[in-house]
Design a protein around this ligand. Sequence first.
Ligand code: 0A1
Ligand code: ZN
Length: 849
Amino acid sequence: MRDAAPTTIHLKDYTPFGYLVDEVHLTFDLAPDATRVTSRIAFRPNPEAPGHRFFLHGEELRLIRAAIDGAEVTPEITDAGLTCAAPDTPFVWEAEVEIAPAANTALEGLYLSNGMYCTQCEAEGFRKITYYPDRPDVMSTFTVRINGTHPVLLSNGNPVDSGEGFAEWHDPWPKPAYLFALVAGDLVAHSDRFTTVSGREVDLNLWVRPGDEDKCAFGMEALKKSMRWDEEVYGREYDLDVFNIVAVDDFNMGAMENKGLNIFNSAAVLASPETSTDDNFERIEAIIAHEYFHNWTGNRITCRDWFQLCLKEGLTVFRDAQFTSDLRSAPVKRIRDVIDLRGRQFPEDQGPLSHPVRPESFQEINNFYTATVYEKGAEVIGMLKRLVGDAAYAEALDLYFARHDGQACTIEDWLKVFEDVTGRDLAQFKHWYSQAGTPRLTVEEAWQDGTFTLTLSQDTPATPGQPDKLPQVIPVAVGLLNPNGDEVHATEVLELTQARQSFSFEGLAARPVASVLRDFSAPVVLDHDLSPEQRAFLLAHDTDPFNRWEAGRSLAGQCLLDMIIEGTAPDTAYLDGLVAVLRDDGLDPAYRALMLGLPSQSELAASLQQRGLTPDPQAIWDATETLRQATAQHMQDLLPRLRAEAQVDAPFRPDADQAGRRALGSATLALLSRLDGGAQAAADFTRADNMSLQLSSLSCLLKAGKGEVELAAFYDQWRGDRLVIDKWFGLQVAMAAPGQTAETARRLSAHAEFNWRNPNRFRAVFGALAMHHAGFHHASGAAYQLLADWLIRLDPVNPQTTARMCAAFQTWRRYDEGRQALIGAQLDRILAQPNLSRDTTEMLTRIRG
Ligand code: 0A1
Ligand code: ZN
């Protein structure tokens, strides 16, 4: 329900809860329409917050009985919770409530997914299960009894007892309520064991619906690798006798790190060569690692309040990226992460939804599980590590775990361990947590008498609520190359702390070419005015793999902008440089595949906007198509050789080597299909024995305006597999021509298999629509209207997923007046809906501005 006046919560208003919780006992009597939850909670007054009123959160609960120390009480109940008089000595609170999991379509709290009970409590879902101080700084041990008829009954911690129709669990580690979990279902386990470094035997189970057993092996291997890696790299050992993972079909996000009982969106854990692409495998491995790593960064050390979300998320994303870099290819991972950052975080940071990595206020915390908190939060940690060095980083992390284990912490606590270890003052560094917006880093060069000077300046644009910005500490990794291509100055990290600052390199024999922001050492927009020749030189010679890729990317970007703005033909300097790199078979195929990528159309729109121009989505589409066509022609002779190099002769393995070859094969096939009308793609589709090849060949056919028969065959083959059918839905929208995108999405939304209440299916169609730049922004406005229709329909059912999808509109101010008027009208139409959720109202109000 929409609040009459939505409440804004502020970081500055934090106060501790007036009571500590020593123990929680919960009993669940499961029933779809009336689950009984009985709680017995030991409270005692918090000596650090005396005299507070006793308030427990609770939403959509039917209170049956409440008692304090055995004596019944009649609390005062509101929509948000209850309050009643409480003793100023330790006491036991008891309550019995009734909830209706079957009616819970929002997928927050206790709900049913395909007949299976499961929970999602982060951020504030536990209050839909029982009355409780539902805040992360209230930590307690939990003992849980589940009474239910399902064969598998799970909760956090270790199993204590079980029998016909019941199971009991005890979690010895104090935790906040958002880490509570319960699962009850007809599930089968893929099981394994892990012996920790100190010899603890841990039972590992991946629980899935019968029929999915053959999709568990990869996830289990990823889990074991994660457990070992965290021991070896961070010295973190697992701390329970069992580790359970459950796959559920209806889930708003990727996965959730509940203590000892991770719950996963089935798309984020189930994998097989026939049904999963290489990208799926890599993502699944990373998410398993991410949730596992939360056991220390999130669970053992949690957040004091939700403003500190980046404390666990930024750090855990950083850790899972390190894990992927170690297991696969570090340069490829870095490039992919930067593509992702520019694709999701930059638009957020440069538009109306911009907020600091640590926000200072919110209305609905679920709206702040963002690319800024997660991915920019991880970048901030990467900068910190670069500034203090690897050894100090390791020491600081050891101190963090030693000092704060069992606590609910803040960013101040986090930075303090670095200050204590290094003696550095991190006051200025902290601006990365409090200032929103993407800094623009401008580079000027000077050369005189053997001295090369780089003048760096920084400027962070105004963002909502933050008109003026202070200079930040920006680590700028720089290397210098001689005109013959040799490196004359190895990578050095320059620390830019002022608005403008110069750095000199002396004693050089010739003017060097500067490779600036190596490894993307800071999340900034780099403005370095290099000539196409200098960029081509870096593309050929840079020793930093990221910047070598970046040189090609910026050449391509400049070429596309020239084509869009001046109407020029594709630049042969870019095409020649690209061919030279692709010819180099000493380079990893995965890296060469990345070289073939172009800046996204949305990124090009942002670049045009930054130059004060109004992007025309159709013109951007046309230029991109023309350049792809020119690339195919230019590389015609090389394509057969690349295909041969991409060939995988061994049995399928989802590792980096094979995945890289398949990525190069797929990028090559896309070019070839522009020349042969899809003949090779049709042949590849027929012989495909893995999902990467099946999907890439099908997408080439659709792109070529063909593939009807193959599309139908694909559907028939995979009709029973919901995750593959999600791909079938999404692909058709993604590959549609701009004038057909909205109609394709509309047609698919009328398909019998379009179960719009399932977030994965909804996102398959409408996420793909929003991602299709020229299709979504087609001048007709049809896509805007279609998406708005569906958001209006979904909001009462699932506010979280609706609100997240609203971000599709966040860049609307970039476009021409006609499009702005069309989008503005749709935003107003949604906002005018009666009873719009708090989630969606907040998102749209911020976007509307
Ligand atoms: N903490 C989880 C993500 C997550 C957040 C919120 C959710 O529901 C609103 C669900 C999952 C993670 O970082 O993986
Ligand atoms: Zn996380």
